[in-house]
Write a protein of this length. Sequence first.
Length: 413
Amino acid sequence: MKILVSAYACEPGKGSEPYVGWNMPIHLTRHHDVWLLTRANNRGIVEAELRQKPIPNLNMVYFDLPGWARFWKRGHRGIHLYYYLWQIGAYFVAKRLHRKTNFDIVHHLTFGIDWLPSFLALLPVPFIWGPIVGAQPVSRVFRRTFSLGPKCQESVRMWIRRLSRLDPLMRCMARKTAIAVASGFEIGQQLSSLGCRTVVTYPSVGISMKEFEDLLSLKAHVSKDKVRFACVGNLYAFRAFSLTLEAFASIRQKCRKAELWILGDGPERARLMHQSQELGTTDAVRFFGAVPRHELLDLLATCDVLVYPCLRGAISMACVEAMAAGLPVICLDLGGTALQVDDQSGVKIRAVSPRQVTVDLAEAMALLAEDGDLRRRLGDAARRRVKDEFTWNAKAVRVSEMYRQARFAEGRA
């Protein structure tokens, strides 16, 4: 099929949404002719990558607003307003392309947010929206544990979601969407309530076969003296690493061989370091700060368990990478991570209250600290799960099935 993919965030070698915006389209080229519409600002890094690794069936299309509209976006100031305006211009670019190319499917990939519309839904072509992460706020019972700044940020997210539901363009786009792809069960419910006819729940992140094989080749950490837990990600309040520290402090009293590595930086770092001092765990907790990705993978290979208690519907590249390296994952039964991790590859914990989460985290960490055979079984299952479900090759096949489903539903098969 001829596929138009819109990926505002799209950069080779980057993480998060730029990683998704680049990797999904290039792996789709194994099955389809792909036109990738992205920002002109991404041209330099994209073209440099394509000179080194040409990709058949990939057609790049670049678009940006005039310079006068870009100056105030620097440093992420006004980025979402710019993104909204960019999508209006991208619609006219796509409309002209469609007249010449006659696309079979239009797919809006990034940004994966549910509170700003994609005008590409107005094209007379089956429209795929997502995977969508959404703007779900942290529940009130957990927000009470946050400092003032994060509390305000979560309140803003809540009001953004509510106000977006009043936007008639959002309702119109939802009705015109052939398939909406949600990165978690909660966001799937929100997309249905918005008016999307067909909602598929499927996480957005993946890993290449080369990265998977590289992680497999890393020597697994084996130590009788230490059991090393890892937390990976930017240090924001919603990641609940503070609850991890509390849980770790409680098991450290009984399990002196346990260590906790925190890989990442962010606004909560000072608070977490102070908390570690108050809990008396500074001898067993190490803060690495921001770590380049290649170093991060090497460090993960020396750890035994990933702990990722994210409180809202985020997806996690760290979970996929850790699982590929053979680490079991302890996470909350929320959002995208609840789809990435199953009962055979980790431990999922209900999120009812901060106290309950802390107690359950401690129990899961103590269990895995003491049972090396269980860690190995879960780690082996985690590797298999990533290979079967979360390589980009596997994801491209799954998304291609969605394309065929959308064409059939629209009567274009």
